[in-house]
Design a protein around this ligand. Structure first.
Ligand SMILES: Nc1ncnc2c1ncn2[C@@H]1O[C@H](COP(=O)(O)OP(=O)(O)OP(=O)(O)O)[C@@H](O)[C@H]1O
Ligand SMILES: [Mg+2]
Length: 448
């Protein structure tokens, strides 16, 4: 009949391991784990009574190619070794190339090393005399160095120092130490991975917070700078305008030409400053919408009249459908003017022949306004990049005579349309196939 009973030694070993496992694997914090591994076997399993007095964990530092002391048991004897040591515990670092140190030997050969001579495990960096003084002070007779192996790699060693001779170490003790050190290797590796992850996470969080701060700083800067720039720019513009209109005396044709260029650049600059101000106000939630039920056709006709001349100059048409109708929706007239100015302004910029049509339709819930042009069009890929801040596409197929533009126009359009509870979309069949920008405005007042 087979003997199913475990022998009592095996059972004890298993129980001891199970207990240690629970203690050690309970924590994932690296510092917590490394301290627990050096203390648990002494306190929890009573190895202190078996003569084990000092337990040390040392790990390989791959970057520096050294074996570094990481934790020391909280025993009286450990304290005694420290008292006389010429180096603080944390500075006991052994180069991996060291030939005569047993810790390095255990590491490289992956085998247990035993010594009665402390300098074997401490020299260098500690002098043999000082190592012997430590040994004497703590009353250590034997030290056993166990390699810590995980997945075929040795990541460090554990040193068990005791006040008894090697032949007083039982087989069961040795077996338990072997299993125990395997467990330690696993726990250390896990907690190291976890702590790295945690570090990375907190570093990411730190960087993210910093980015948010910088973003806010940038918004504040933009808002102040553009506000402060607007006043002097407006003053410059009015003086230029006065000069141009002959209020300070007749100008020569060349002077007029230069002045005209100065005025239009100033206008562009003011438009850009206004855009930046609008964006920063929107983003800070400082824009108030004055929503009223208005005749959209009427409003658009008025806005488009400003563009008629420009379209004529370019030799393209600019039409609005349903001129004789009245179509009502809820909107802020100033914001709607800006939306149309941006969309029609873009169409004018990117259309060389043909022209632009503004279409107004309505369904049960919404009024739908479309600005349809026969211009450069937008490739499918580029369509995804529209409506973002500073979203100029800068594509060769869109090269336009008028330089300038910051790519804020469509972003503002989207912010405004959505602020008025509508949606905006762009369509284009492709390059040189024209573009259509469509947005909606609600026919009923929406409060949220
Ligand atoms: N009607 C259109 N036809 C072709 N491309 C367009 C049209 N409207 C917009 N785009 C593309 O989308 C980009 C972003 O437009 P947006 O109005 O945001 O910026 P912008 O006109 O370049 O500069 P800004 O409006 O700030 O002066 C444009 O640079 C252009 O590449
Ligand atoms: Mg634009």
């Amino acid at each position: 009949m087979p003997n199913n009973k475990l022998n009592p030694d095996t059972l004890n070993t298993l129980e001891a391991l199970w207990k240690l496992e629970k203690i050690i694997l309970d924590s994932l914090d690296f510092h917590d784990v490394v301290q627990k591994v050096v203390d648990a076997i002494l306190t929890e399993l009573g190895y202190l009574d078996l003569g084990y007095k000092v337990v040390v964990l040392a790990l390989v530092d791959e970057e520096r190619q050294v074996l570094k002391r990481v934790s020391l048991s909280s025993t009286l004897e450990a304290q005694k070794t420290r008292e006389v040591s010429e180096l603080p515990f944390e500075l006991i670092v052994i180069p991996l190339t060291e030939k005569n140190n047993l810790c390095i030997k255990a590491l490289q050969e992956g085998t247990v090393q035993i010594t009665h001579y402390f300098p074997d495990i401490l020299t260098p960096p500690i002098s043999p005399e000082n190592a012997l003084a430590s040994q004497k002070n703590a009353g250590i007779i034997t030290s056993m160095v166990y390699p810590l192996k995980i997945r075929g790699k040795t990541i460090g060693v554990m040193i068990f120092s005791m006040n008894k001779a090697e032949d007083a170490v039982s087989d069961q003790e040795k077996a338990l130490l072997r299993y125990f050190t395997d467990l330690v290797a696993m726990a250390v590796q896990n907690s190291r991975l976890y702590s790295n992850l945690e570090n990375e996470r907190s570093q990411l969080k730190f960087l993210n917070d910093r980015l948010e701060q910088l973003d806010k700083l940038k918004d504040d800067f933009l808002s102040v700078a553009s506000h402060e720039l607007r006043t002097p720019m407006t003053i410059i513009k009015s003086y230029l305008w006065m000069l141009n209109s002959g209020k300070a005396g007749e100008l020569l044709p060349k002077q007029k030409e230069y002045l005209y260029k100065a005025v239009s650049s100033t206008e562009r600059m003011i438009a850009l400053i206004n855009d930046m101000l609008n964006v920063s106000r929107m983003e800070q939630g400082r824009v108030v919408f004055d929503i009223k039920r208005l005749d959209i056709v009427d409003l658009l006709k008025e806005t488009l009249s400003d563009f008629k001349l420009k379209a004529e100059e370019k030799g393209i048409y600019l039409e609005i459908c349903c001129e004789d109708k009245q179509i009502f929706a809820y909107t802020d007239s100033g914001k709607l003017t800006e939306i149309i100015t941006n969309l029609v302004g873009n169409s004018l910029k990117f259309t060389r022949s043909g022209g632009i049509k503004v279409q107004i339709e309505e369904d049960e819930n919404n009024v739908k306004v479309s600005v349809i042009d026969t211009g450069a069009g937008i490739s499918e890929e580029d369509q995804k990049r529209l409506f973002h801040k500073f979203g100029r596409l800068d594509n060769s197929y869109q090269t336009v005579a008028e330089s300038g533009g910051t790519g804020l126009g469509l972003y503002i359009v989207k912010l405004y349309v959505e602020g008025m509870k509508g949606t905006v979309r762009a369509y284009s069949e492709g390059i040189n196939m024209g573009s259509t920008f469509t947005f909606t405005l609600p026919k009923e007042l929406k409060t949220n």
